[in-house]
Design a protein around this ligand. Structure first.
Ligand code: UDP
Length: 320
């Protein structure tokens, strides 16, 4: 199979590229290196079945040509990371909405199957934990920049599902919950690489708010396995799936686990949200996926425990 991965030099995209190369498929990557890195695909560059283009998905003729050359498309290119989103809302909205519009329009011409990566952010302020795919999405006010990300991704979902219903373009939507592992950078605010780097450098671990908010961290290897299975399954078309782990941990507890596993003397400090992001920033108190649907569809059980994930991330950041 010939697979096109937009955002293929990003954290998840590069692991997905690895999976398809290992399976014996041909991989084409397009990435503008805005948040991705050439280092993530450096090991693949010499592989004869691996091809990459440094460009944006908004370059219409380039993406059209790449889609023509491939059988299926994973659209992962997007503005990601809460810090980046709060700081650059224009870029977030334009990248996420226009990029997806273009990818779906060109894929539709040749009816190439597209998997669109959405996010657990779309559940917004919903308190119906664990979140189910058919649950309501509860957006915050438009004056709070964070929600522009959720809204831009919700539009992507609507568009992908509309292409399926109206034009019979096979599309799949996945909502990724806090995906973590080696190659993820803390540069755009992600908590695990941030804590690990802080702990290794002996700097304070910055827990935002009171640290009682919870998340479930899914290992990138498990997540990529699910993406590959969904793409192979004709029954997944036209559907939305949560993908992630359901092992819930508070951010304060996470800080303690990172400190322990790195044998770090770093202190743990509480930083108010207003200082960490922007005034009036709203966080979700709990975020847990219901993963019954993806399990029923393709058999999905996250294998890696949180400690296992942390050990891998620590090894990566210590250069081991
Ligand atoms: N967080 C934190 N310290 C950091 C970075 C993030 O306490 O240095 C918190 C953040 O406020 C959120 C959680 O960790 O409650 C997960 O943040 P991340 O940006 O990784 O993903 P999110 O779940 O916000 O998309």
């Amino acid at each position: 199979m010939r697979v096109l991965i937009t955002g293929g030099a990003g954290f998840i995209g590069s692991h997905l590229s690895d999976a398809y190369i290992e399976r014996g498929d041909e991989v084409h990557v397009i990435d503008d290196l805005s948040t991705g890195s050439i280092d993530n695909i450096a090991h693949l560059k010499k592989h004869e079945r691996f091809h990459y283009t440094i460009d944006t998905v908004q370059n219409h003729p380039v993406i059209a040509e790449l889609v023509d050359q491939c059988d299926v498309v994973f659209h992962l290119a997007a503005a990601v990371g809460v810090k980046l989103i709060v700081e650059s809302p224009v870029r977030t909205i334009e990248t996420n909405v226009r990029g997806t519009e273009i990818v779906l329009a060109v894929a539709n011409k040749k009816k190439k199957k597209v998997l669109i990566a959405s996010t657990s952010e779309v559940y917004g302020l919903s308190d119906q934990v664990p979140f189910r795919e058919d649950g309501n999405l509860v957006m915050g006010a438009t004056v709070k920049g964070r929600w522009s990300y959720a809204c831009s991704k919700a539009i992507d979902e609507f568009l992908a599902l509309a292409y399926w219903r109206e034009k019979k373009l096979p599309t799949i939507v996945v909502r990724l919950f806090n995906t973590v592992g080696p190659r993820q950078t803390g540069q755009y605010g992600m908590v695990i690489p941030t804590f690990v780097r802080q702990a290794l450098a002996g700097r304070p671990l910055t827990v935002y708010g009171d640290g009682q908010q919870t998340r479930c961290f899914g290992y990138v290897g498990d997540i990529v396995g699910a993406l590959v299975k969904l793409m192979d399954d004709p029954g997944a078309v036209g559907k939305v799936f949560n993908i992630g782990s359901n092992e819930e941990v508070s951010i304060l507890e996470l800080a303690h686990r990172v400190k322990e596993l790195t044998n770090s003397d770093s202190e743990i400090v509480l930083v108010p949200y207003d200082e960490a992001y922007e005034e009036g920033f709203e966080d979700m108190p709990r975020r847990v996926p219901d993963i019954t649907k993806i399990d029923a569809q393709v058999g999905f059980h996250p294998e890696m425990t949180l400690d296992g994930i942390l050990q891998k991330v620590i090894a990566y950041h210590s250069g081991r």
